[in-house]
Design a protein around this ligand. Structure first.
Ligand code: ADP
Ligand code: MG
Length: 411
């Protein structure tokens, strides 16, 4: 089926064509009809399979179809997201596919001043994309009314319903009309969260694509056993062996991100970091540069693990293994987007073997092992241009500091 055969307004069809979207992906094919009918949907599909457009297309049609009059600062659709960057990305998809429909989209996020957001909200918007904390602040201060919300969307739904966000979301839902349409989208979900999701809706239709292997089929992924102190040499080698490729490197903490960044700098590799300690502008700039390909290596914490759709990432490196097994799926899912293929390599140190076992349990199969011979291992260390001889003690010291700081700050 082609998009032009869908019962949606012609403006959206034209915008889809212009975006190069010819036919729906599997999740779009399954999710669009029930959403158009006004049903609640819980949709689980692998990373990079087009979940955003799966809700944006029908929601634009529904909002436009009703030709409603905007009243004051009331909002018709709220999309909740875990991070500012993901919010901007989704707003862009709404704007791109909603061109010439008159649908107005706005994003509000924490970490930046509230006043300009309050002023903007006066104008009224059809779609509001928000991180839950700031949304809750604005609602409780009376700057925003949610009584007219007809559609609530949770992207990265399992994460949104998990510990860090659930309280804000539950508080917010009390401000929403009971009679609304609720849509959940994610690449992963567990039983507990699924139950919680169902408790928030009436009769959700559940849509699940390829549930057996949560890792997207376009991602080839493997693990290598590398000593903690040697990881930097292997990263250096990989990057230098593939100078034209784009690398997204995930580390456990903000401190580690800066640390690895410095190590790369020392061996002549230009990299940038993205984590929760950087200002909003710094994060957006780092991401923009990386998107444009001006920087080829981005070292990130899990703030960037979910949802980000950056074209042409060739390699995702799990420099440190993630603490939660499902995060592995989201991290490696930053490559292999749409029709593209990608490679993900995890560096597993002795101390991380338990985490590896957890991840493999979650995936229900072992991750392919890259065997490194002793000669190759030594050669990689010798290949390094990092000749500072005190790096080991520096690293150990930083590790200790990192551990002390861990748990006190957000990622
Ligand atoms: P997900 O949320 O499932 O991880 P996204 O919604 O971010 O995936 O989409 C992944 C990529 O696929 C995006 O770059 C998007 O532009 C592209 N895409 C989405 N739908 C289609 C389609 N129908 N045809 C071609 N490309 C698409
Ligand atoms: Mg997504």
């Amino acid at each position: 089926m082609k998009f032009e055969e869908y019962p949606i307004i012609p403006e959206i069809i034209t915008n889809l064509e212009k975006s190069g979207f010819k036919k729906p992906t599997d999740i779009q094919f399954k999710a669009i009809p029930p959403i158009l009918k006004g049903e609640d949907v819980l949709a689980i599909a692998q990373t990079g399979t087009g979940k955003t457009a799966a809700f944006v297309i029908p929601v634009l049609h529904l909002l436009k179809g009703k030709k409603r009059k905007r009243r004051g600062n009331a909002i018709n659709c709220v999309v909740m997201v875990p991070t500012h960057e993901l919010g901007i990305q989704i707003a862009d998809v709404f704007k791109q596919l909603g061109k010439h429909t008159g649908i107005k989209v706005y994003g509000i996020f924490g970490g930046v001043e509230q006043e300009p957001q309050i002023d903007a909200l006066e104008k009224g918007f059809d779609v509001l994309i928000a991180t839950p904390g700031r949304l809750f602040d604005l609602v409780s201060q009376g700057h925003l009314r949610l009584q007219r919300v007809e559609i609530l969307i949770l992207d990265e739904a399992d994460h949104m319903l998990d510990l860090g966000f659930i309280k804000d979301i539950q508080d917010l839902i009390r401000f929403l009309p009971k009679n609304r349409q609720t849509l959940f989208f994610s690449a992963t979900i567990n039983k507990k969260i699924k139950k919680l999701a169902y408790s928030l809706v009436k009769n959700a239709i559940r849509i699940q694509i390829s549930p057996k292997d949560p890792v997207a089929k376009n991602v080839e992924h493997a693990v290598a056993h590398i000593k903690k102190d040697d990881k930097r040499f292997f990263l250096e080698r990989l990057i230098k062996d593939h100078p034209d490729n784009k690398f997204l490197v995930f580390v456990r903490t903000k401190v580690r991100a800066e640390r690895v960044n410095k190590a790369m700098e020392r061996v002549g590799i230009q990299s940038r970091t993205i984590h929760g300690d950087l200002s909003h502008n710094e994060r957006i700039n780092a991401l923009d540069e990386y998107k444009k390909g001006e920087s080829k290596v981005l070292i990130a914490t899990d703030v960037s693990a979910r949802g980000m759709d950056i074209p042409n990432i060739h390699y995702v490196i799990n420099y440190d293994l993630p603490e939660q097994a499902e995060t592995y799926v989201h991290r490696v899912g930053r490559t292999g987007r749409g029709n593209q293929k990608g490679i993900a390599i995890a560096f597993c140190a002795e101390e991380e073997k338990e985490m590896l076992a957890e991840i493999e349990k979650f995936l229900r199969k072992p991750i392919e092992l890259i065997k490194i011979s002793k000669t190759d291992y030594t050669e990689t260390i010798e290949f390094s241009t990092d000749k500072t001889n005190d790096w080991k003690s520096l690293l150990r010291e930083e590790e200790k500091n990192g551990k002390k700081r861990k748990g006190k700050k957000k990622k």
